[in-house]
Each structure stands twice: as C-alpha cells, then as structure tokens.
Design a protein around this ligand. Sequence first.
Ligand SMILES: [Zn+2]
Length: 191
Amino acid sequence: MPSAFPDFRLGTVLATSFTATLTERRGDAVERIPVPQRLVDWLAVSGLAVDSCTADQLELAKELRESIHAAATAAALDEALPASAVQVINDRSAQGRAAAVLTPDGERRWQLSSATAVEDALGVIAADAISVISGERDGKLALCASPTCQAAFFDTSQSRTRRWCDMNTCGNRQKKARFNANQRKGAKATE
Ligand SMILES: [Zn+2]
C-alpha cells in the first residue's frame, strides 16, 4: 500500500535530492518514483507542487534525473561532462517557465504555470543542477563512500570531508558494518 509519507531521501540540495529518488544505484537499486503519482508526491514535499503528472512527463523526469546523476558524477571525478547529459539538463532548464516569487514572510517560492507544471518543476531542478555542477555554489560534489550507493552528493561541510550521501542511511549502515566487523574480530581474539 502506498504510504502517505513516502520514503524519500530529502537533502538540502534540490538536484541531488532528486537523483536520490533512485537509491542503492550500485546495489539492489530502489526506484522511489515508479509511477507518476510518486513524482507528484516528491515534487510536493520539495516545494514544487503540481496537480498531475502523465507517464510521458515521468519519463522526462527520469531522463533528467539520470542526466544530472551522470553529469554530477563526472564533475565529482573531475572528468569531462557527458555531452548528452548536458544537453538534457539544458533542454529541461530552457523549457521550464517557473517564476521565483517572494512571500510576505520573505521566503522564495516557485510559481508554476498550471498547464506545464511538471516541465516548469523540471526546469527548476535542472537550473539547480547547473548551479551545483558549474561550481558557482559553495560546496563540492563528491561520491558516496557506500559501495552499493556511490551517489553524487553536494558536500557543504566546512572541511569538505563528508563521506556519505545521507547520514541516516548510507552513513549508518557503514558504521554498523564496521561495528559488526570489529565485534567479529573481538570474538575471534578471545576464542
Ligand atoms: Zn549513499
């Protein structure tokens, strides 16, 4: 049964939160937006609420997601950006017509047009990816140290030494694995 609070990994960076809708990329990958409604859910919790999403729009979203993943991974490794990924990111950015608006409380909101809301939302995500990959934002792209993940994430820690895309999942699992390994070593030593 679909959960009312879907299990999304939401970080502080929109573009990498979006690529994290596919987790465990190098292991048993988990698709967190398998149907259009799940993308609607993710957009809602990410400040980009839309009324509806078609199967074609979901495909467009996944194509953008994988393009951001490819480009961000290349950037993290200091490799040349894949041209096809750059093209998709630029196309989505150019197609979106979202407007940034200021609320009375001084917060920024994205105003999407009702007819093309998903395309507008993807434009916002693409623009966010561009700002991260281009290096204009304060932080550094890195790859998650979990071997079954290796997701690109944006490290904004002061020392730029963050190792995991997400402390609560990948970070915790690595710590537990190390703890168990030490326990086993300890058990052997006393045998
Ligand atoms: Zn990870």
